[in-house]
Ligand binder design. Structure first.
Ligand code: SAM
Length: 162
């Protein structure tokens, strides 16, 4: 598979997983957390698929398209390892959908970051809330949600708080 094919599949998988999660939590109250703004693509998509919900973004350095930058009240600027614990106090049990897309090509770094973020997921999510992650982040009683058709195992992960 070419790198172009791989990039296209990754983005299609990301969109399919975000759409599936947005649909699955449609009847749940709660806000959305976006960990990793990047250029704002998935943030912009979540604004459509989760219309009506507040979206809080976690990013250490904003470099997104100007149309895709949240206002200050919805931006946690800084290292997510510092900002997520702060937000966890404010939003305990109030997050309907959390998307984490902060992986890089450094597998060891990804594993460390995933391990640090994972304990916050069950604490933040509403019952029935879903975490959509680019790294494995299971917690002990997380329900692993089946991936949408066409998404290869290991490409993305969906976890539901029971
Ligand atoms: N989902 C985004 C999109 O569709 O445009 C792409 C996200 S990009 C792959 C990852 C982002 O996570 C980068 O903007 C990077 O700055 C941010 N990031 C990585 N590690 C971080 C950390 N420890 N704290 C805060 N942000 C981080």
């Amino acid at each position: 598979m070419s790198r172009l094919d791989s990039a296209i599949r990754r983005l299609q998988a990301q969109r399919a997983c975000l759409n599936a999660a947005a649909e699955a939590v449609a009847d749940r109250p709660g806000v959305v957390f976006e960990l990793g703004l990047g250029n704002g693509r998935t943030y912009d998509h979540l604004r459509e698929s989760c219309a009506g919900r507040e979206i809080f973004v976690f990013e250490r350095q904003v470099a997104a398209h100007p149309d895709c930058v949240p206002d200050d009240a919805h931006l946690y600027l800084g290292d997510v390892l510092e900002t997520l614990p702060q937000a966890a106090e404010r939003f305990a049990g109030q997050v309907a959908l959390l998307h984490a897309d902060i992986g890089t090509g450094d597998a060891a770094r990804n594993a460390r970051l995933a391990g640090a973020i994972q304990p916050f997921l069950p604490h933040l999510l509403v019952p029935g809330g879903i975490a959509v992650t680019d790294q494995e982040m299971p917690w002990p009683d997380a329900e692993q949600v089946a991936l949408p058709d066409g998404v290869a195992p290991g490409r993305y992960f969906l976890y539901r708080r029971v």
